[in-house]
Design a protein around this ligand. Structure first.
Ligand code: MSP
Length: 513
């Protein structure tokens, strides 16, 4: 079976600077991309910016700058953030690029050719903030204003000529598609809400706008721009050179393995997107995973609430890896999670500095003092060594399976537990009392070094910089990291010198300590 893996983040609206919610989606996607690469997959990891539509046009007008210039500037802040977050994305797509526009217009023509699009008139509610159409029963009054019940964002009444996509026709095929592809909507908890929405009846979807111009033109009708969600969703294929379906990238990576998204944009990904694709006779993605929100003061971040958390500020204060670790560990994946500086500091102090950092320093000092700084040569594993070492090998397939189910919490718990056991092993074996039994002392040191190597490999997708720093102990580099080798108990070359490394994580002095 071809080991190809294609993962995407949502493409972000460059209407304001990126915040922690955006950083979260991207870091999680990077975690999966790195894991799959270290497990021998060809990975394609895509992120980018979603630059059309009224939301962006109005944001640029408000600033008094040309829309494209506005997008250029803000899209760059997202691109820069990808570097700051140490993402390993293979591509960064902007929907204002020609490659994307061509792709969207081609898809439109396919839908038109297949009789899926017709011209009519839209009269109904529209939220610019969500770039979404809403039915009457999805609207409520809040402070004398009309808002969407789900997002509480303002809606306005729209009355204009519009092209429609025959979404209603896809109700049954979609239900069948969900049935035949039970993992398509993940986690499972999100599946029911989508299915019941579809079952409640789908109306045809307005897929063009006439009252503004910031978008991709409808082919053969310059008066209309294509609805921003039809435009945006296509990014996942335009980045693979669609419509060149014989192109190497498209052949290798479509259908996507997983679109990672926030739960607020599930309807677009789990209903509209597969419907567009089925209508264009293209295979839908294998999975759409809707993660929860990062809450700030128990609420979703938004400009209007003024509770935006800036990832750059946290990184400047604590460093990137602690933030990556914290987001991956503390937010139960799929659910909402409140970000708290206090818990972030706890993660740094207990998990990173104590459990991982100290273990590394202890075994380095011990090896330098007692084994001439070399990976011991004469060793003989005993039961207590094999008990701990073999566990890694025994758990490899389980870890792979859990990762394929996006069970990040399993993965991180596994690591935390391994570190706990590793520290316990070193303490219980008391190598400092074995100076008259060099074979035993050597074996304990070798085993502990092996465990440090294994855990550093496991930590690579979460805290790549720190993992690579730790691997310097053994002169190992990124290219040496291979998930399967975690099952090898004699990976480290005996007789090789080890290196001292600087402290991996500085402890934070907590105010209430
Ligand atoms: N442009 C659309 C996506 C198009 S994908 C074809 C969009 N952009 S967004 O910038 O508003 O949001 C991008 C992603 O960030 C969404 O998945 C959204 O759920 C996520 N987040 C926005 N705020 C968030 C939090 N506070 N927490 C976690 N993620 C959240 O929607």
């Amino acid at each position: 079976m071809a080991k190809n893996f294609y993962i995407t983040t949502p493409i972000y609206y460059p209407s304001a600077k990126p915040h922690m919610g955006h950083a979260y989606s991207s870091i999680i996607a990077d975690f999966f991309a790195r894991f799959k690469r270290m497990d021998g997959f060809n990975v394609h990891f895509l992120t980018g910016t979603d630059e059309h539509g009224l939301k962006i046009q109005r944001a640029a007008e408000k600033k008094g700058v040309k829309t494209l210039e506005f997008c250029d500037e803000l899209s760059k802040t997202f691109k820069d953030l990808s570097k700051t977050l140490n993402l390993t994305n293979n591509d960064f797509i902007r929907t204002t690029e020609d490659r994307h526009k061509k792709s969207v217009q081609f898809l439109w023509n396919e839908l038109k050719k297949n009789g899926e699009i017709y011209l009519s008139k839209y009269s109904g509610w529209y939220s610019v903030s969500d770039e979404a159409f809403y039915n009457d029963d999805e609207i409520e009054d809040l402070d004398n204003k009309k808002v969407a019940i789900s997002s509480k964002s303002l809606v306005e009444w729209v009355d204009e000529e519009s092209y429609f996509f025959k979404l209603s026709k896809w109700e049954k095929p979609l239900l069948k598609f969900y049935k035949d592809n039970p993992d398509f909507i993940s986690p499972k908890s999100r599946k029911n809400e989508v299915i019941s929405f579809v079952k409640s009846g789908l109306k045809d979807l307005s897929v063009s706008r006439k009252s503004f111009s910031w978008g991709i033109k409808v082919p053969h009708d310059d008066n209309h721009v294509i609805y921003v969600w039809l435009d945006a969703l296509t990014n996942y294929m335009s980045a693979l050179n669609y419509p060149r379906v014989d192109d190497e990238l498209f052949k290798k990576f479509w259908p996507a393995s997983v679109h990672l998204i926030g739960k607020d944009i599930l309807r677009f990904h789990a209903i509209y997107w597969p419907a567009f694709l089925l209508a264009a006779k293209i295979t839908p993605p294998k999975k759409v995973f809707g993660h929860g929100w990062i809450l700030s003061n128990e609420e979703k971040m938004s400009k209007s609430k003024g509770n935006i958390l800036d990832p750059i500020e946290i990184i400047d204060q604590y460093g990137l890896d602690p933030l990556r670790y914290y987001l991956i560990k503390e937010v139960s994946f799929g659910n909402d999670g409140n970000i708290s500086q206090d818990k972030l500091e706890d993660c740094i102090n207990s998990d990173l500095a104590n459990n991982f950092g100290n273990l590394c320093q202890r075994v380095i000092s011990f090896t330098i003092k007692n084994c001439s700084g070399k990976i011991p040569e004469k060793i003989n594993f005993e039961k207590e060594d094999l008990d701990i070492l073999n566990k890694y090998k025994e758990n490899l397939s389980k870890i792979r399976l859990e990762i394929d189910n996006q069970n990040i919490n399993f993965y991180i718990d596994y690591i935390i537990n391994s570190l706990f056991e590793a520290n316990k092993y070193f303490n219980d074996q008391e190598p400092w009392k074995k100076k008259d039994n060099p074979l035993r002392l050597n074996t304990i040191v070798y085993s502990t070094l092996e465990i440090v190597r294994k855990v550093s490999f496991l930590l690579y997708p979460i805290i790549p910089q720190s993992s690579l720093k730790a691997l310097k102990i053994f002169n190992l580099n990124e290219k040496d990291i291979d998930f399967a080798s975690i099952g090898d108990n004699t990976f480290l070359k005996q007789g090789n010198s080890i290196n001292k490394i600087n402290i991996l994580f500085n402890k934070i002095e907590k105010k209430n300590d």
